[in-house]
Ligand binder design. Structure first.
Ligand code: PLP
Length: 445
């Protein structure tokens, strides 16, 4: 079999995907049909399909065929769903039913305080009082060294991640991440043509020795770590591990993005990794998980060397993050109410973790929004996700979190998106029963 031939066929298929001839979800022709069309052998087509599976352009299911993946699979893994009809275990957001009225009041209050100054254009990275509020927020949860000059405002943490990845790396560069990580990072990397390599982790988070090995082997320019209540595993890095990761970053003279969007969930603040290596690190925090993702408030603390370039990039891309939401957010932070709301979410999360431990008999985390649930042996991951969906249970397949492309045989369950505790219990019991059921008793797809 010619090596060039299967690569050529893979390219032809990719061109058909790009052109829309093979849209998302499209079932690719059988090996034989395509082999006849392209005047080659079924074995060559099979090899081309495998190459595209490795590149995550298509996915294969035994007995069903090979299908085109979405260009970004974020929409598959994180699915907003109607709380009335479905049980949404997919989306990691704060429990909003109880906290809506303080947010509504803050928005109304913000409207009452509009001024010409706040409604006009301002400096690149937002009003000073809003940046000061961002500094206050991040400091409360373990970040030192932030000030109104080195703190920038973004449209949520995702915007911050995207901004930093584009600024700190170039197409073709490699980024090291936790081997299981937030799919939003991989979506940015994929769209921007950056490679992602997973670093092993244990119960304390990313392993420093493996990080060193990955740096030696792959020479990433950037390492991204989620140190608190990591998505998806829920692991929180203790101080000693944070020190060790900082040492590796500094020794190799590369960049760190510390995405601490879940830092407010720690019962006591843990000093940020960025405190140890301020010249090498970019710290992200924000209000999406503690208050509401609709605020789109993300905060970046950056080294002095990068303030100007990041301000210029924000200006070039969006001019500035909408000050309207920041007016409300600033009021909530200044009054202390934002911290009460965050604490409230932490308490809800702890209570829901207990409920999930009881129902699923799962040795999960004490706190945090999600559980990383191992599936019983008899279940194949995608089949479980699909069967759960048939029952109105929307869960996130573990494979979307895997930076190295293996099948982790877990699913991620968010415990916070379902508004009432009663419905949460009902949904968890349905999931438990499904997991325990005999896989052959459910209708095959
Ligand atoms: C680790 C991590 N970073 C960033 C985000 C996105 O946050 P935002 O809504 O502020 O963009 C998420 C959302 O799930 C996340 O889990």
């Amino acid at each position: 079999m010619s090596v060039a031939k299967f690569k050529q066929i893979a390219k032809t298929i990719e061109a058909r995907i790009e052109s829309g001839e093979y849209p998302k979800g499209f079932k690719l022709p059988t090996h034989r049909v395509l082999a006849d069309e392209l005047n080659t052998t079924p074995a060559t087509v099979a090899k081309a399909y495998q190459l595209l599976v490795d590149k995550k352009r298509v996915e294969s299911f035994v007995g069903r065929g090979t299908f085109v993946c979405a260009p970004s699979r974020l929409s598959d893994v994180i699915q907003p769903a109607d709380d009335e009809t479905d049980f949404n275990f997919s989306i990691l957001q704060p429990c909003l039913s109880q906290n809506l009225s303080p947010l509504r009041d803050a928005m109304m209050n913000a409207a009452d305080h509009l001024s010409c100054h706040l409604m006009g254009y301002t400096e690149n990275s937002g009003h000073e009082s809003h940046r000061l509020a961002a500094v206050t927020w991040a400091k409360k949860f373990g970040l030192t060294g932030g000030n109104v000059n080195n703190t920038l405002l973004t449209n949520g943490a995702q915007h911050g991640l995207s901004l930093l990845i584009h600024t700190l790396t170039e197409p073709g560069d490699t980024i090291a991440v936790e081997a299981l990580t937030y799919p939003g990072i991989m979506a940015i990397a994929q769209a921007a043509g950056r490679h992602v390599v997973g670093v092993k982790f244990d119960e304390q988070g990313m392993c420093p020795d493996d990080l060193q090995q990955v740096i030696t082997q792959h020479q990433p320019k950037l390492v991204i770590v989620v140190p608190s209540h990591q998505n998806p595993t829920g692991i929180t890095m203790p101080s000693v591990r944070r020190d060790a990761i900082a040492t590796v970053i500094e020794r190799n003279n590369i960049w760190l993005i510390e995405d601490d969007i879940y830092g407010f969930l720690n019962p006591d603040p843990i000093a940020a990794i960025s405190n140890r290596i301020p010249l090498h690190s970019f710290h992200i925090s924000g209000l999406s998980k503690a208050l509401s993702p609709a605020l789109r408030c993300g905060f970046l603390k950056v080294p002095e060397s990068h303030i100007a370039v990041l301000q210029a990039t924000i200006r070039a891309n969006i001019w500035l993050s909408s000050p309207l939401n920041y007016i409300a957010a600033t009021q909530l932070i200044e009054s202390g109410e934002a911290f009460e709301l965050a604490e409230n979410q932490r308490e809800i999360a702890c209570k829901r973790q207990q409920i999930a431990r009881d129902i699923l008999s799962h040795d999960g985390n004490e706190s945090g929004f999600q559980i990383w649930w191992p599936l019983p042996q008899q279940w194949q991951q995608e089949r479980f996700v699909m069967e759960a969906k048939n029952q109105g249970l929307i869960v996130s397949s573990g494979r979307y979190f895997n930076a190295n492309g293996d099948d982790p045989k877990h699913i991620r369950l968010s415990l916070m998106a379902i508004n009432s505790e009663q419905r949460l219990q009902k949904g968890l019991k349905l999931l438990r029963d499904l997991a325990r059921s005999d896989v052959s008793s459910v209708i095959p797809f």
